[in-house]
Design a protein around this ligand. Structure first.
Ligand code: NI
Length: 153
C-alpha cells in the first residue's frame, strides 16, 4: 500500500459554544474560543489516500485530481468564511477541529474514486491538530434556528 498526501491551507473563523449550555457554562468550557464574534485560524488540511499504484499510470491517485477535489468540495466553501454561519455542511455543529475533520471526511470520501481515503489531518495551529481515520462516529447537529446571530451595528 502506498500513502499519497495533498496538503492545503485555508483561513476561517469560528466560535465554539453549545446553545444548550448557559452563557456561564459555555464560558467555562470554551473560554476564549467562546468569544461572541468568533476568532480566526490559519488551518492546514492534509488528506491522505491509500492504494496500489495503477500499473499503467503509476498513480494511486493523480494528485492534481486530489487537489481539485479538495479545492472544489472543501477549500472554496470554507476559505475566508465563518464556519458557524457561512458553510452549509457545517450548520448546527460545534466547529471544533474534531467535528470539522469528520465532516470533511464524509465529503471527501464520497468524491475520491481512486485509492481509498486513509486519513485527514486538520491543523488549527502549528501545535494543535486532529487526525481522523474514518471510524464511524456521530456528530450532534443543533437546530440552527437556535443559533444566536451576531448583531452588527
Ligand atoms: Ni478556535
Amino acid at each position: 500500500m502506498v500513502y499519497v498526501t495533498r496538503k492545503c491551507h485555508f483561513s476561517a473563523s469560528h466560535r465554539l459554544y453549545n446553545p444548550e449550555f448557559s452563557a456561564e457554562k459555555n464560558e467555562a468550557i470554551f473560554d476564549k474560543c467562546n468569544n461572541f464574534y468568533g476568532h480566526g485560524h490559519n488551518y492546514v488540511l492534509e488528506v491522505t489516500v491509500a492504494g496500489i499504484p495503477d500499473p499503467e499510470t503509476g498513480y494511486v491517485i493523480d494528485l492534481k485530481k486530489l487537489r481539485d477535489i479538495m479545492e472544489e468540495k472543501i477549500i472554496e466553501k470554507v476559505d475566508h468564511k465563518h464556519l458557524n454561519y457561512d458553510v452549509d455542511f457545517l450548520q448546527g455543529i460545534i466547529p471544533t477541529a474534531e467535528n470539522v475533520a469528520i465532516v470533511f471526511w464524509q465529503i471527501l470520501d464520497l468524491n475520491i474514486k481512486s485509492g481509498k481515503l486513509h486519513s485527514i489531518k486538520l491543523y488549527e495551529s502549528e501545535n494543535n491538530f486532529v487526525e481522523y481515520f474514518g471510524e464511524p462516529v456521530t456528530i450532534k447537529r443543533q437546530n440552527v434556528s437556535h443559533q444566536p446571530q451576531p448583531e452588527f451595528a
